[in-house]
Design a protein around this ligand. Structure first.
Ligand code: AMP
Length: 115
């Protein structure tokens, strides 16, 4: 179900502008507004899913597509030497937008463990 107040659903509908990186029938990728590295792209399902813990088996394909799109964007940007795909799940992990999104962060040295 589309969510009328969800900012990422609004981006999918074109009601909020975004710097689009990739789009197909199932997913959308766009530049993060507050980038944490030279590459910081968000990849989202067009379908509203609040987050990973709300995803069901029916969502397995689209969640996989989000990750594979992130890998393709990393390939296209020549950052395959090291990048990270991250899903923040729940407020304590820093999730602030409750529409599932894969962060693709790269183009710089990444430390481990993350904070
Ligand atoms: P999270 O904290 O994991 O929920 O990530 C939400 C991300 O969405 C943050 O990195 C924000 O910078 C980013 N963000 C929020 N609003 C927008 C927007 N309108 N366009 C692009 N990125 C956004």
């Amino acid at each position: 179900m589309p969510s009328p107040d969800c900012i990422f659903c609004k981006i999918v509908r074109g009601e909020i502008p975004s710097k689009k990186v990739y789009e197909d029938e199932h997913i959308l990728a766009f530049e993060d507004l507050n980038p944490q590295g030279p590459t910081h792209v968000l990849v989202i399902p067009k379908k509203h899913i609040a987050g990973l813990k709300e995803a069901s088996l029916d969502d397995a394909e689209v969640v996989g597509r989000c990750h594979l799109a992130a890998a393709q964007i990393a390939r296209d940007r020549n950052i395959e030497n090291g990048y990270r795909t991250v899903l923040n799940v729940g407020p304590q992990a820093g999730q602030s937008v409750f529409h599932l999104h894969v962060h693709l962060i790269g183009g710089r040295q990444l430390s481990w463990p993350p904070g």
